[in-house]
Ligand binder design. Structure first.
Ligand code: GUN
Length: 296
């Protein structure tokens, strides 16, 4: 079997085209959706991601404010920026790019973001709603992008076995909650670095979501014939045959395409979906700010 492509670029373009009308409706109410992106330090990959987020805003007519701080900035500086962004009435979304330098407490900074502007969906209030099965709040962008891609491909999730590799706050944990939520109805196992025989778990699964950050860890013999495999990994690996000396690799070995029924590519799979969902969350936050004003 050769896997069908879970094409994040095509699906993301569809999500973005659906946003155009909503953004123009905001405009007719005198509102331009506005996202602030805060990045600290000089991690090259993070700068690439932030650049993509800012460009997506430009493409769609969402206003963006890009705030860059050096790696030796203090946590207090970031706190003051978040406080000021929280107060800004014409600003609807705040994103602090992860990872932050190790001298900063990422969780406590996330806790400070006004939940209604938490377009990453990482605030305890938004993650707490997800745990309660309330899916109408701000959902984390990568896992919700994966769900949108599965539904775009017509993947049946009801009663299926799903293995999520990785239990991170950003992807693995919220992903497992979304897959197990009412209406999606998969039976979910979360595997992590202490899990015994991860290969066997995966080889029995109908759906495998790989989000561990280990290049090409998931091999063809881990995967059941025809399974749906989503590769969230985006790793830089040395490659002297490339002029730049590296290439991007997912968490899934490319030969899995010979076994899986569906496989998301890297790049061009989950990455564009994450950005599309961020745009959707930002537009939603702007729309909700209008209805809040009406009620106040
Ligand atoms: N770093 C990697 N993915 C993400 C994300 O979705 N949001 C933020 N803020 N940082 C990230």
């Amino acid at each position: 079997m050769v896997a069908k492509r879970l094409d994040g670029k095509v699906c993301a373009a569809q999500v973005e085209s659906e946003l155009v009308e909503r953004i123009s409706k905001c405009g007719s109410l005198g509102i331009t959706p506005h996202l602030a992106v805060v990045i600290v330090g000089d991690d090259p990959a993070s700068h690439v991601y932030v650049g993509s987020k800012v460009r997506a805003c430009e493409r769609l007519g969402i206003k963006s404010t890009h705030i860059e701080l050096p790696a030796d900035a203090t946590e207090q500086q970031v706190r003051e920026i978040i406080e000021s962004l929280n107060q800004q009435n014409d600003l609807h979304g705040i994103l602090v790019q992860s990872p932050l330098p190790s001298h900063m407490d990422e969780e406590s900074l996330t806790d400070m973001i006004e939940p209604s502007k938490d377009v990453d969906g990482f605030h305890p209030q938004n993650l707490g709603r997800l745990v309660q099965g309330r899916l109408d709040g701000m959902l984390p962008c990568t896992p919700s992008g994966v769900m949108r891609m599965l539904s775009w491909a017509g993947v049946d999730t009801e009663g299926k076995t799903a293995v999520v590799l990785g239990r991170s706050r950003i992807v693995g944990m919220p992903q497992s909650l979304l897959l197990g939520a009412k209406g999606v109805d998969s039976t979910v196992t979360v595997a992590h670095s202490r899990t015994k025989d991860t290969r066997k778990l995966c080889s029995n699964a109908d759906i495998v979501i790989a989000a561990v950050g280990i290049p090409e860890m998931v091999k063809p013999d881990w995967i059941k014939e025809g399974a749906v495999v989503v590769d969230v990994g985006i790793n830089r690996v040395d490659d002297s045959s490339r002029e730049r000396g590296w290439r991007l690799a997912g968490d899934v070995h490319p030969d899995v395409a010979q076994k899986a029924g569906w496989l998301s590519p890297v790049p061009g799979g989950v990455g564009p979906m994450t950005i599309a969902m961020l745009m959707e969350n930002t537009v939603r936050a702007a729309e909700l700010s209008v209805s809040e004003e009406e009620h106040s």
